[in-house]
Design a protein around this ligand. Structure first.
Ligand code: GLY
Length: 408
């Protein structure tokens, strides 16, 4: 542990809480804390513009449930339940939409192997007590008439929804402004420590911000934060995903009424409709480090699978192709709470569920700061669940990559 350098030993406290990263998680946490009268500063060179703006915004705890991830399912379900009141509060404060679309989700299968996998998953979902209804291909097409004739079956999931994540970012930025959050458009160069405590952050221009509490919400860059001892770093790695935004011509709207998640010849694709005529198609998954280039193969795969289940895809305008980085962890679950340094909490590693987990993460971290105790729901997600080897590996998540200019 380093000694306190003289230059900031005498520095005064800048705010009660400093949050590293202005993605959805950082912004929502800042809003919750500042609304309770806590002085909050958030640092990010490009607020809300990374993973939070690339994502498709699915709220899919049931549709995307994975075998054996029961603790994560409980957290995901708590957060999908929290979204409506979270959105209402934001909307009441700002007068802007938070982007929540409560449309339900339809999972569909294309060929017989896809259908077998979907029905196995539906069995598991039912055993977990989740609300799912199995459908024939014809019943699935009744809900979504433009689905391909070859769609062989489906599962209706009424409680899985979506959020226009870009709208949510814009509304959270406005909300944080209204409750007096201090947003500094700079990268955090390092976390400042004294003994076994985090006491502030140093910005890239050299300025130090001292605070009682630091929250690290730097998404896929969380493992790269300087100043945190090697053994306490988190094993978060960037997992690239390419996403397309298509525009549905007026004549074909709505191309879809619900979010559709499809398995087509063994490949998964999801299609998320927005009320304004946008259709978001995602997402690829590649272990390529901090690489956000959109590759032709990624665009090809998404369009191939989308048009297999929704042939009208060919008639839609391709408006945007973009790649983002999911903050992935070894067990696919987030890292919440104690870091091993007094005064530093993690709110990171949300992997495929960042938009979904925004309300519950903000609530849990704000409660931890107010009460000094991590709520029970968050206990399975402490960084301490990872062994020392995984911590030590965090820095090597992407050898050769430097901390990028953008924090989250
Ligand atoms: N939750 C969707 C994705 O990560 O692609």
């Amino acid at each position: 542990m380093e000694d306190r350098p003289y230059c900031w030993r005498m520095a005064e406290k800048s705010s009660d809480v400093v949050i590293i990263g202005a993605g959805l998680i950082g912004l929502a946490t800042a809003w919750r804390l500042a609304a309770d009268g806590i002085q909050v500063t958030v640092c990010d060179p490009t607020p809300g513009s990374q993973t939070s703006s690339v994502a498709a915004g699915m709220l899919a705890p049931v549709t995307e449930v994975e075998y054996g991830e029961d603790a994560l399912l409980a957290l995901n379900l708590a957060s999908v339940a929290a979204w409506p009141s979270f959105a209402e509060e934001l909307e009441a404060l700002t007068g802007q939409s938070a982007g929540l679309n409560r449309t339900g989700t339809l999972s569909v299968a294309y060929d017989v192997d896809d259908a077998a996998a979907l029905h196995r998953l539906a069995d598991y979902q039912r055993r977990l007590g989740l609300d799912v209804e199995e459908l024939s291909g014809r019943e699935a097409r009744k809900r979504e008439p433009l689905l391909a004739a070859g769609v062989s079956g489906g599962v209706w999931v009424p409680g899985d929804h979506s959020v226009d994540n870009r709208q949510a970012v814009a509304t959270l930025l406005r909300a944080t402004e209204l409750v007096g959050v201090n947003l500094i458009r700079q990268r955090v160069a390092r976390v400042l420590t004294s003994g076994t405590a985090a006491v502030g952050v140093q910005l890239e221009d050299g300025q130090s911000l001292m605070a009682d509490q630091i929250v690290a919400a730097a998404g896929p860059w969380s493992s790269q934060l300087e100043g945190i001892p090697q053994e306490l770093r988190v094993p978060v790695r960037p997992l690239k995903g390419e996403i397309l935004r298509l525009r549905v011509p007026e004549a074909y709207r709505p191309a879809l009424h619900h979010t559709v998640r499809a398995t087509a010849r063994g490949f998964t694709v999801y299609l998320v409709p927005r009320p304004g005529g946008e259709l978001v198609v995602g997402a690829t998954t590649s272990e390529l480090g901090y690489d956000t280039r959109v590759l032709a193969g990624g665009v090809f795969a998404l369009l191939r699978d989308a048009r297999t289940v929704l042939p009208i895809t060919d008639e839609l305008e391709l408006v945007e192709a973009v790649a983002g980085l999911r903050p992935a962890t070894p067990d696919n679950a987030p890292i919440l709470g104690d870091s091993g340094l007094d005064g530093l909490l993690w709110a990171t590693g949300h992997y495929r569920n960042g938009v979904l987990l925004t309300p519950i993460t903000a609530q849990l971290i704000a409660e931890t700061i107010r009460t000094g105790a991590l709520p029970e729901l968050a206990q399975p997600f402490l960084a301490a669940r990872f062994g020392p080897a995984q911590h030590a590996d965090a820095r090597r998540a992407d050898p050769g990559d430097e901390m990028p200019k953008v924090a989250t």
